[in-house]
Write a protein that binds this ligand. Structure first.
Ligand code: SAH
Length: 400
């Protein structure tokens, strides 16, 4: 095994169990390693601190698989880690019986670059690092064994793979499509999931608990769901007794799937649901000009700031939609607002929303307060040593 030696002092983050080793920390690599190979990581005195996946193309030059210098990274390693991740979810009340469930959440489950989402008896796997790519067959075998699922589809088409020098890889790794569309039951609502063509692995499982919260708030309300994708929040709002749900997204395939899902739920009244293909930035203005009012607005936009470098421009975009959403609310109305940008932290997001509320209330003098802080569901844990894992943050805001 090749050994990667760190510059003096650069072992500090590893000692705090942060799994990333940046190019600027690497003093030397002794021996040969191909992309994805396991290397020993040593401090300048030669003491081995971790075993990591070598990724020469990436600024994250290596990702630690294990902080135990004696642990071997082999098929059995992946079996142990995947089984532990699956067992962790089995132990959390309310998660074990979810048909849509994130089974492996990358670094926060000790498996950098590995995402596995379960939709019924189909698991969708996404590999995003050179190390994960190297161990594909071990990971597929481990997931099959830990879940007993007969079907595994790989959706390694995320653009972040390019940073690791990897192209897209997709296809069935175990079994074949069943012929029936993939449908999950999420807390009593049936949802179609397009595992081959949808966003990410097909669905945004991280918002499950927040969709349930909306359902609890929705009785008798007029709800506006911006960036609705396949209608997860919309259908939960209808299930909660919303009077009207207007859902906006720019993707027509996503809206088509939303309509299909609604039809799978005979208890939900399609006459209360309106789907609109539009740009949210423009449509929020149009709704205001038309004098429309809502009791609850949901804003769950895509990542505007993938990294801190994009934070400033992204902040302006977040402020714009939040301000215009707040202006559509009736007195006492609720804004459920999110950011899934890694480059925007919890504090900055709160500042942006505060600025938006101040501007929205300028003419009326209306104030706004946080009722609840929102985050991803517990099948998307955040390792305390890896704060970068906390990408999804949200606020439930009430206006005067
Ligand atoms: N809330 C959804 C997930 C939203 S993902 C859920 O719970 O499943 C973000 C969505 O924003 C995507 O569906 C994407 O098509 C849409 N989108 C991106 N930019 C947009 C824009 N400018 N206007 C409208 N929709 C947009």
């Amino acid at each position: 095994m090749a050994t990667l030696t760190l510059h003096p002092g650069r072992e500090r983050s590893l000692l705090r169990r942060h799994p990333w080793i940046f190019d600027t920390s690497v003093a030397a690599l002794s021996g040969r390693a191909r992309p994805g190979d396991t290397v020993a990581v040593a401090d300048e005195r030669g003491q081995v601190l971790a075993r990591a996946a070598w990724s020469p193309e990436s600024r994250i030059r290596a990702r630690a698989w294990t902080f135990d210098p004696a642990e071997t990274v082999d098929d059995a390693f992946f079996k142990r880690r995947v089984a532990a991740a699956v067992a962790r979810r089995q132990a959390i009340p309310g998660l074990a019986d979810q048909q849509g469930l994130r089974l492996v959440h990358a670094e926060s489950d000790g498996l950098p670059g590995v995402i596995a989402d379960r939709y019924g008896d189909t698991v969708v796997l996404q590999l995003t690092s050179a190390g994960a790519e190297r161990w594909r067959s071990a990971i597929v075998g481990a997931v099959a064994r830990a879940t007993g699922c007969p079907r595994i589809y790989e959706r390694s088409d995320s653009e972040v793979r390019a940073l690791e020098g990897l192209g897209p890889e997709t296809g069935w790794r175990l079994g074949a499509p069943s012929g029936d569309p993939v449908v999950i039951d999420e807390n009593g609502v049936r949802l179609r999931v397009d595992v081959e063509g949808g966003h990410k692995t097909g669905f945004y499982l991280d918002q499950r608990d927040n969709r349930l919260l909306l359902r609890r708030l929705a009785a008798g309300k007029r709800v506006l769901n911006c960036f609705c994708y396949t209608g997860g929040f919309s259908l939960q709002a209808l299930a909660g007794g919303a009077e009207r749900v207007l859902s906006i997204d720019s993707s027509s395939p996503a809206l088509a799937l939303a309509r299909e899902s609604l039809a799978l739920n005979p208890g939900l009244d399609p006459a209360r649901a309106e789907w609109r293909e539009a740009d949210v930035f423009e449509d929020l203005r149009r709704l205001r000009e038309a004098g429309e009012r809502f009791d609850i607005v949901v804003l769950d936009p895509p990542k505007f700031a993938p990294s801190a470098a994009h934070a400033e421009r992204a902040s302006r975009a977040y402020k714009d939609i939040n301000m215009n959403a707040l202006r559509l609310l009736e007195p006492g109305g609720l804004l459920m607002t999110y950011s899934c940008s890694g480059g925007i932290g919890v504090e900055l997001f709160q500042k942006i929303v505060a600025g938006a509320a101040l501007d929205a209330g300028k003419r009326t003098g209306a104030g706004a307060r946080i009722l609840q802080r929102l985050q991803g569901s517990p099948d998307h844990p955040v390792d305390l040593a890896f704060p970068e894992g906390e990408y999804l943050k949200g606020l439930l805001v009430e206006v005067d």
